[in-house]
Ligand binder design. Sequence first.
Ligand SMILES: Nc1ncnc2c1ncn2[C@@H]1O[C@H](COP(=O)(O)OP(=O)(O)OP(=O)(O)O)[C@@H](O)[C@H]1O
Ligand SMILES: [Mg+2]
Length: 543
Amino acid sequence: MYQDGKLWIARSVNGEKVCIEPEKANRHGLIAGATGTGKTVTLKVMAESFSDMGVPVFLADIKGDLGGMVAPGRDSEDMQARIARFGIEGWKYQSYPTRFWDVYGEYGHPVRTTVSEMGPLLMARVLGLNETQTGVLNIAFRVADENGLLLLDLKDLKSMLRLISEQAKTLSLEYGNIAPQSVSAIIRSLVSLEDQGGDLFFGEPAFEVKDWLQTAFDGRGWINVLHCVKLFQNPALYSTFLLWMLSELYELLPEAGDMHKPKIVFFFDEAHLLFNDAPKALLQKIELIVRLVRSKGVGVYFITQSPTDLPGDILAQLGNRVQHALRAYTPSEQKKVKAAAETFRPNPEFKTLDVITQLGTGEALVSFLADDGSPAPVERCFILPPQSRMGSISEGERADALAQDGIGDRYDTPVDRESAYEILAARAEAAQEELEKAAEEKQAAKEAAAAQKAAEREAAEARKEADRKKQQITKKAERITSAAAKSATTSVISSTIRRSTSKKLGVGQRAVNSAFNSIVGNVGREISGSIVRGIFGTFSKKK
Ligand SMILES: Nc1ncnc2c1ncn2[C@@H]1O[C@H](COP(=O)(O)OP(=O)(O)OP(=O)(O)O)[C@@H](O)[C@H]1O
Ligand SMILES: [Mg+2]
């Protein structure tokens, strides 16, 4: 709840208001706890407060239970009791300006990006490639980038891979080995990604992350809910999508230093997936980007069961923490509880380690950053109830929200503008035409040669006739015969040159060369200069 210029999230058991300071909200955060302990409700309360403060938020909705943000909360005896206990003045149930998004375009506006924009590092993660295959994928991107060639969707990437495979000999000299097995393996991964509907994510219109930075007409921040129920079934795509978003924001936003409130706050549910099986190089980049994005006014809040699910370097960056109950039945659980307790600044009034396992639903251990930037001592708290509805919404309510949020015109209709695949297909067609033209020319030359022979035969016969008639032929007839012989010689020479040229340059090779040169020439006109990539290897859009 936004009150007196602060984000009021909880009340301590001693009756104190526990608030996030707006200027500390970009210092990232953590919401942890076992299943059903109140993490999603805490996230809602935070998101509502940010929206009321005019800060847009992004939420990954994995269970489909965040839709209720768009509707006012429902009154109940339990809620009345909670509101009275918190002593909240001026309480009202209210809906929030909510935009729904969905990679698959079923439960929200489609979110798409282009293969070029995602870049090789994240693409390799989506495709689950090994090091060698990643190397080959890098080459495909480099050849495309250096020639300003746009890869919009998966079919573009496939065409590009086929092209580098065909040109492997030449390209290997400059870029390194392009093993056909690696190309086949990447294409197999691409096909499997398509089968899972991943191709829907790649294409146009590409999503512009600045559209998540908007406020609604009433000044409240838009709550952008990404429907992840299906996306989450492909953890690699889910986690890569979130990383892509973060890197987009990082590339887009200028350095802002300390701001009085964040520009946007992200809530990443099931955050451990961002780091599971991530190669070391990627992990380092995630840590780096999480650190750097803060000074661009972006707050990132990770939601996960136990703080130990996150790498230590990330955990150390999370200044605003809410720890719901954890269970401690097994030795491994006890270890996690101990580690979670140690992340808090102790409070002499209670033992953190003991309390973590005693917390009820909607109760939590809370520590937010104080004015001076140090973490406040941990407090045992009750989290405020949300003002919007807890739980999901009906299809009708979702449809109404989608129709009224003013962004559908931009994203709802896919476009397939000319890109690598189309250009390569056009080139292949042109090469085929060239082949046919060459065959036609050959046939024409054959026919011309035959006509020539016939003319020569006729001329010889005419000469014989002339001899036979012994000097009965006039001077005019002799001139005609000599002109026919001269033109016959010229045609024979030109057809010989044509035959020898097409022998020297194989027609197939000629077609590939001309296809490659033309693609490069064509697309080079579309985007001037080569593509510049950022930390994650995504497109840099900075001008
Ligand atoms: N602060 C709160 N105020 C009112 N009710 C709450 C609060 N926190 C939790 N609850 C109740 O507890 C239920 C479970 O909470 P929630 O869905 O937030 O758990 P969770 O930790 O997100 O669970 P999961 O890990 O399964 O996603 C809610 O549906 C709600 O009824
Ligand atoms: Mg939840």
